[in-house]
Design a protein around this ligand. Structure first.
Ligand code: BG6
Length: 469
């Protein structure tokens, strides 16, 4: 629809920004923190590790003051499970608890709404050693961790996100460093058993959140991309529907309706990869309800009909680069879109498509918890960083949110990635996303000084006008 008149952004719209604990905090082994799977994973050659990152752990006061100056209404961050429970469960770590108390208090003091991701890729290594998500005990450990967070911080935190990008951990765990390295007889079945356990853990978290904190709101946070067929050939359209069922709806259908969709389930049956479902699991999932859907959007995906052989898989992928499924769909590139420096297609209109698709299917309020442009920023001689490409990217995506709102989609917040520079999942810290620059290089920590990029001033002005032009 070509709207003649656009609707305004809602009055209390959460103009925010996002980070995750392991990518921004550093202090990976400080004050009693235990190791996570990320801390123990091999570092991608040529990129930095996650030991110091942006050292937000020691700079959080300064960073929150900058977020306030930026004008943020909300800040989405994750809690490192291993700061609270260094071994995943058991003894609580008071210094880790104190860090998030301080961070939340600092945000509240600056009138910034904390939006907390409970688990963002950094599973405690102690749990991984006992089988990680393949082991059903991890469900209970997660449920207990969640209850602990609700009790500790629920008096101040109203918005909770269960698991960041569970779909990417399942589909691209090798790229993002979360994949279990334990040898198993049927890796695909094991993977979807992990998936089932995470879905169950999420359902338990949603239920206990509602019991412990009746006024709080909680939702899932997958990575969702509208999937396009490579052509109007019916076989390509079918492939796109397959891909969407497996990549997107499997996760949200479970979160919202507590059911495996038929296409995803028959895909699992074909591969002898259906999870073992214990008595009572489906009842728990059907009775757990999210209050909203959070999702991360970077790009759309384009797929073609399967060739029925190994060529379907293509080369290595990541969160936004399709790996095909033999016999189901094959990745294709979209000739209508340009790509960023890391091969991710740029598709602002696809954002509107994605927002509409999700709202059509679930009719729940939506918040975007990630969207942004990874780029090699340049610091000029005078210290300025003129990231016009980032401004252009974000403005075009914000325009599409407004169009989606005008279409009738209920959107209550936008938290781009990232509030401040941090370390990418697998492409180092030279791939920057932040509004705030952190003075360090891939292997030289320098002074970690914070400075404002051009996008900082642009976003500040946009927030002040509530997105109006
Ligand atoms: C999402 C993750 O997949 O994309 C973030 O939730 C991540 O943790 C972001 O950083 C951008 O991806 P990358 O690989 O460039 O860091």
């Amino acid at each position: 629809m070509l709207h003649k008149k656009l609707k305004d952004f809602p009055k209390n719209f959460f103009w925010g920004a996002s980070t995750s604990a392991y990518q921004v905090e550093g202090a990976w082994d400080k004050d009693g923190k235990g190791p996570s799977v990320i801390d123990m994973a091999p570092v991608v050659p040529g990129t930095t590790d996650f030991k110091v990152t942006s050292d937000h752990y020691h700079h959080y006061k300064q960073d929150v003051a900058l977020f306030a100056e930026l004008g943020l209404k909300a800040y989405r961050f994750s809690i490192a499970w291993t700061r609270i429970f260094p071994h995943g469960t058991g003894e609580i770590n008071p210094l880790g608890v104190a860090f998030y108390n301080n961070l939340i208090n600092e945000l509240k003091a600056h009138n910034i709404e904390p939006i907390v991701t409970i688990y963002h890729f950094d599973l405690p290594y102690a749990l991984q050693q006992k089988g990680g998500w393949s082991n059903r005990d991890t469900v209970d450990a997660f449920a207990f961790y969640c209850e602990t967070l609700f009790e500790l911080y629920g008096d101040r935190v109203k918005y909770w996100l269960t698991i960041n990008e569970q779909n990417m951990m399942i589909l691209h765990g090798d790229a993002i460093g979360t994949k279990s390295t334990v040898a198993v007889e049927n890796p695909e079945k094991d993977l979807y058993q992990q998936n089932h356990h995470m879905l169950l853990a999420q359902a338990k978290a949603m239920k206990s959140c509602h019991e412990i904190l009746p006024h709080a709101k909680i939702g899932p946070a997958p990575n969702i991309s509208a999937i396009y067929p490579a052509s109007s050939k019916p076989e390509d359209v079918l492939a796109a529907s397959n891909c969407s069922a497996i990549r997107n709806w499997l996760y949200l259908d479970m979160a919202v309706y507590g059911r495996y969709n038929n296409i995803a389930w028959s895909f699992l049956e074909e591969r002898n990869a259906t999870p073992d479902i214990a008595e009572g699991d489906m009842e728990i999932m059907a009775s757990a309800k999210p209050d909203f859907i959070a999702f991360n959007y970077y790009s759309t995906m384009t797929v073609a009909a399967s060739a029925g052989d190994a060529s379907d898989r293509g080369s290595t992928g990541d969160q936004q680069i399709v790996v095909g499924e033999v016999g189901v769909f094959k990745g294709a590139s979209n000739p209508n879109l340009s790509k960023n420096a890391f091969g991710w297609e740029i598709d602002p209109v696809g954002f509107r498509n994605t927002l509409r698709d999700i709202y059509e299917r679930y009719a729940l309020p939506l918040i975007i918890t990630e969207n942004g442009l990874g780029a090699f920023d340049k610091v000029e001689e005078d210290g300025s960083i003129n990231d016009d490409y980032r401004i252009d990217f974000l403005q075009k995506h914000i325009d599409q949110i407004q169009l989606a709102i005008t279409d009738g989609v209920d959107v209550f917040g936008f938290c781009p990635w990232s509030a401040i520079d941090l370390v990418s999942t697998h492409q180092g810290c030279s791939k920057r996303y932040g509004f705030i620059h952190v003075n360090r290089d891939e292997f030289d920590l320098k002074d970690l000084k914070r400075s404002k990029k051009k996008s900082f001033f642009w976003y500040n002005a946009l927030i002040a006008k509530n997105g109006a032009k």
